[in-house]
Design a protein around this ligand. Structure first.
Ligand code: NAP
Length: 309
């Protein structure tokens, strides 16, 4: 039986791993389907303290993993399919076998929000993508017009990154004002290659019949006018949804599926702690996830010490 199992290896999970390993709890850390979390798909992380010139997202996560392993954390590739938190010890179904744990730290992060269009699903990886850093340099996008959907920091970051390859980047946003931080918005709006398309939503991605992206159908939300914009790729950057489906009905989640943290990193169930983007729809930063991972680890350590008495 495990003392503590950490689900997730983003900033939150790996920081919890460093702290629980240093507390001699010999944590088992399950990667999920995306080892290193969403940050591994980011280019340069410029706001993580201590890295004067920024650091590559993948390198940052690799460093955290090695640091956790140095103190004895066991990182295991594995996807938690379901959990039973009604029994003690807790039971986790991991790739067909059962892992039992006295304490669990939920650090499952969040995934990309989809537009929800049928054409989006049909053309995913055929010109529709959720990660400019991963896919932007592909030959099919070079010197072509590209569309980025969204108005937040992610959309701005994607748009700026894509200017290296695209002939033009159309930033399609459903309002007439960006949600992004001022510094990002200013950079985007000043860029000669980025053309904002305000008050518009994508109603269809073309062309499913050709099995590749050739353009988007847009609707101007104020006038209802429909237009066609030719492009070779659609980069969807409209936020995230928490990866918490397996905890539904077992710990308190809010209406959007985020775990509701109490008193720091506790959940509604003793022995289950939470950290990072799966519990945070406000800050969602690498540093806040790491900080919460630290809190969850310290609280798990205290819980286990009290239970042992
Ligand atoms: P976000 O801030 O929630 O922005 C999502 C954007 O997508 C919003 O502009 C939203 O429009 C739009 N949107 C949502 N659902 C939509 C839909 N169904 N159809 C069309 N548009 C839709 O998400 P984010 O940009 O991923 O950022 C998340 C957090 O990470 C933020 O705290 C951000 O500051 C942070 N972040 C920071 C950096 C950086 O500092 N370098 C980079 C990336 C992310 P509305 O504006 O109308 O709601």
């Amino acid at each position: 039986m495990e003392k503590v199992v950490i689900i997730g290896t983003g900033c939150a999970g790996l920081t919890a791993a460093i702290y629980t390993a240093r507390a001699n709890l010999n944590p088992l850390v399950l990667t999920g389907t995306m080892p290193g979390g969403l940050l591994t798909t980011t280019s340069t992380v410029e706001n993580y303290p201590g890295f004067t010139d920024g650091i590559d997202g993948f390198a940052l996560m690799e460093g955290m993993q090695k640091q956790a392993e140095r103190f004895g954390a066991r990182i295991q590739f594995g996807n938690v399919e379901s959990v039973d938190l009604t029994t003690r010890p807790f039971a986790l179904a991991v790739d067909g076998s059962t892992v039992r744990a006295e304490a669990v730290i939920v650090a499952t992060g969040a995934g990309h929000r989809h537009l929800g269009l049928e054409s989006e699903a049909r053309l995913e990886k055929k010109g529709v993508t959720y990660c400019a850093t991963c896919d932007g340099a592909l030959p099919m996008f070079r010197n072509q017009p590209l569309v980025v959907v969204g108005g937040g920091d992610s959309a701005c970051e994607e748009a700026l990154y894509l200017t290296r390859f695209a002939s033009a980047v159309y930033l399609v946003h459903r309002r007439d004002q960006l949600r992004a931080s001022k510094i990002m918005a200013d950079r985007v709006l000043a860029h000669a290659k980025i053309k904002p398309v305000w008050d518009s939503v994508v109603t269809e991605i073309l062309d499913v019949a050709l099995d590749k992206v050739t353009g988007v159908r847009l609707k101007q939300v104020k006038t209802g006018a429909e237009t066609h914009l030719p492009c070779a790729g659609v980069f969807v950057a409209i936020g995230h949804v928490p990866n918490t489906q397996i905890f539904q009905g077992q710990i308190d989640l809010d209406a959007n599926g985020y775990v509701v943290p109490r008193r720091g990193a506790e959940t509604s169930l003793a022995g289950v702690f939470v950290a990072g983007d799966c519990a945070d729809h406000v800050y969602r930063q690498a540093i806040t996830a790491a900080g919460m991972g630290c809190m969850a680890a310290i609280e798990a350590e205290r819980y286990l010490a009290q239970s042992a008495r």
